[in-house]
Design a protein around this ligand. Structure first.
Ligand code: SAH
Length: 217
């Protein structure tokens, strides 16, 4: 199975039509973001193990979140949860030529893994830190994407870091699964929300993560 089969599946099921997004998935190779032993499974449509109990999201989930985020050229994007760096690389491709992606990771080993995987992506910067409070230093952002299951209050706490007209996409709540949300900050500053079905993510850690989980630092 290769990326072409996944792209065909996305087209047939009306998951992704946008030619720019399709091109990004063709250019960025998922195998370059996987530990050696997982490379043969790069284009199987499932989440795969990274380190420290973390996962690289299923390709279809990355495609759906990318579509919901509506990334455009020259935008400034924040990703919370770098993991392998794959989602950040896809976004980096889509914001070219002048846009930039900041991606923040809380686990040192994964921060280093993502940094290495992204070394040739000049417009993606990997930051080691706790993204449960966002990343104020570079705010405001045109787009924010959280790739770990997040408490609703935590997501709402990050809204101020979103520019007027901006979009934040995140899986919200924790249980057996999460609901995917798109929050749009209108020009009035009001937040409009839309819900897009069930997904499964690892929980957000850190200060405003799911502190009740033993895995939280
Ligand atoms: N987007 C990634 C997959 C993310 S998996 C990819 O494309 O591969 C979720 C990641 O979020 C894990 O790497 C986890 O360590 C990280 N994470 C969890 N809580 C975090 C926090 N508070 N700040 C930053 N990263 C966090």
């Amino acid at each position: 199975m290769g990326i072409e089969e996944l792209l065909r599946f996305w087209k047939e099921n009306e998951i992704v039509h946008d030619e720019r997004i399709i091109e990004a998935f063709l250019k960025v190779k998922r195998e370059d973001f996987l530990p050696e032993e997982q490379k043969p499974y790069a284009y199987v449509d499932s989440a795969l193990k990274l380190f420290c109990g973390q996962t690289i999201s299923q390709p279809t989930t990355v495609a759906i979140m990318t579509k919901l985020l509506k990334p455009n050229k020259d935008q400034k994007i924040l990703e919370i949860g770098s993991g392998s760096g794959y989602q950040a690389a896809i976004l980096g491709h889509l914001v070219q030529p002048k846009g930039k992606v900041f991606t923040i990771e809380i686990i040192k080993e994964l921060f280093e893994f993502a940094k290495k995987n992204l070394e040739h992506f000049e417009n993606v910067e990997v930051i080691f830190g706790d993204g449960s409070v966002g990343y104020k230093k570079e705010a405001p952002y045109d787009r924010i994407i959280i790739t770990a299951a997040s408490p609703r209050e935590t997501v709402e706490g990050i809204f101020p870091q979103l520019r007027l007209g901006g979009i934040l996409v995140a899986p919200v709540d924790y249980g057996d699964y999460q609901k995917m949300y798109r929050f749009s900050k209108l020009e009035s500053g009001e937040i409009e929300e839309e819900e897009f079905g069930d997904f499964v993510f690892v929980p957000l850690r850190g200060k405003l993560g799911f502190a009740k989980f033993k895995t939280s630092p």
